[in-house]
Write a protein that binds this ligand. Structure first.
Ligand SMILES: *Cc1c(COP(=O)(O)O)cnc(C)c1O
Length: 375
């Protein structure tokens, strides 16, 4: 009996505080994965906890068409951090749904049908978002998916230019690929996508579900590249792990969007969590900390006997010679450090953005120990 989709880890977690998690026996774990970037301001940040507790006792839920103070506050705060004029916000419950909406809005606003995505891309697991996701293991058993999707090599500017035509509704890209192995996109590649979409009246969608909210050292990863999309999606840490996604759109997309909705969209409790999370990210200037500590972390990791270290800010991948899963098991069970895989060979770090250099040192020391034992 019980669940069947997830394999269970041999650690049962009971509580969390900032970058630390504690199991039932109160053993402390350094959380360098943040459950896939879902706790950008740290576990149980007091401002977030207080906002949620207050909202739970005031009003647990009301449908999205009744404005609430919490929901208004999320719109306002997302507007304040939105890149340029990409400030029309649709709220939902996950990254998949945010991308699903992005693809639908792009189709209705452009009248086109074709979608261009990148090899190794991950955009989610509903039928539309899955159609733009690359990995055969995720796709194959569920085919046929959307017919009109073309995949190009991530990083190939000429291929993007060649793939986009007058029937293209959207080009969807992660500014740094996450699940695909932590692959940062070059400015040239992202710019080529911007130019091609502009030339053909298609929408440029940046999936910032993993890269957003300060993770890569700027509030959105696209800011560092100087490329503004027509649609930007967010989720993961937006409400500190309560389920919330957001699709941010330029006016021409919002004006062209057809009927769409979701019952739980922008409910008061998740909205209170998101508003508090956005406040902490901005007030504590966590994107700047991510940039500084991330640079230091990458420098230190690069000293280790590994095949490659890459990433941006506190989104870091380390390609290890042996399987990533063996390294992750040793990190967790022998060194009480939790991290994530990104494919078979890449160990991925997406810690809370409150991560410090001494936390980074602890991870690097543990990796060095494990690699030495292997040698
Ligand atoms: C996790 C992720 C998604 C899917 O988000 P869910 O909340 O799991 O639906 C989409 N895109 C990217 C880049 C992601 O990292």
């Amino acid at each position: 009996m019980g669940g069947f989709v997830y394999s269970q880890k041999p650690i049962s977690l009971a509580r969390g505080e900032d970058v630390y998690l504690y199991d039932e026996e109160d053993t402390q774990f350094l959380d360098a994965g943040a459950s896939y970037a879902c706790t950008p301001v740290g576990h149980c940040h007091p401002q977030v906890v207080e906002a949620v507790q207050q909202q739970v006792s005031d009003l647990l839920f009301v449908q999205a068409s009744y404005p609430t103070e919490a929901q208004d506050s999320v719109y306002e705060k997302l507007d304040a951090v939105a890149p340029a004029d990409v400030d029309n916000v649709w709220l939902c419950n996950s990254g998949t749904e945010a991308n699903e909406a992005a693809l639908k809005f792009a189709r209705s606003a452009t009248g086109g049908t074709k979608i261009v995505a990148a090899k190794k891309a991950f955009h989610g697991r509903t039928m539309g978002a899955l159609s733009a996701t690359w990995k055969p293991k995720y796709r194959k058993p569920y085919e046929p998916l959307l017919a009109d999707v073309e995949f190009v090599d991530y990083g190939d500017a000429d291929a993007i230019a060649a793939a986009v035509d007058d029937d293209t509704a959207a080009v969807i890209l992660e500014p740094v690929q996450g699940e695909g192995g932590v692959n940062p996109g070059t400015v040239e590649f992202l710019q080529a996508a911007r130019e091609a979409t502009e030339d053909h009246g298609a929408a440029l969608v940046f999936d910032e579900v993993q890269t957003g909210l300060g993770r890569t050292g700027t509030f959105w990863a696209c800011e560092a590249a100087g490329v503004t999309p027509d649609i930007l999606t967010s989720a993961k840490g937006l409400a500190s792990g309560l389920p919330m996604g957001a699709t941010l759109c330029a006016d021409w997309i919002a004006d062209g969007a057809a009927s769409h909705g979701s019952t739980f969209s922008g409910g008061p409790v998740v909205s209170a969590a998101a508003a508090a999370t956005l406040d902490v990210l901005v007030e504590a200037d966590l994107p700047t900390n991510a940039a500084e500590v991330g640079d230091y972390f990458v420098e230190q990791l690069a000293e280790l006997p590994v095949n490659d270290v890459r990433g941006k800010g506190l989104m870091v991948g380390v390609e290890v010679g042996r399987g990533a899963n063996a390294m992750l098991r040793d990190l967790a069970l022998s060194h009480q450090i939790l991290a994530l895989p990104a494919g078979r060979r890449v160990v991925r770090f997406l810690p809370p953005l409150t991560f410090t250099k001494s936390h980074a040192d602890a991870v690097v020391d543990a990796m060095a120990d494990i690699l030495e034992e292997d040698a």
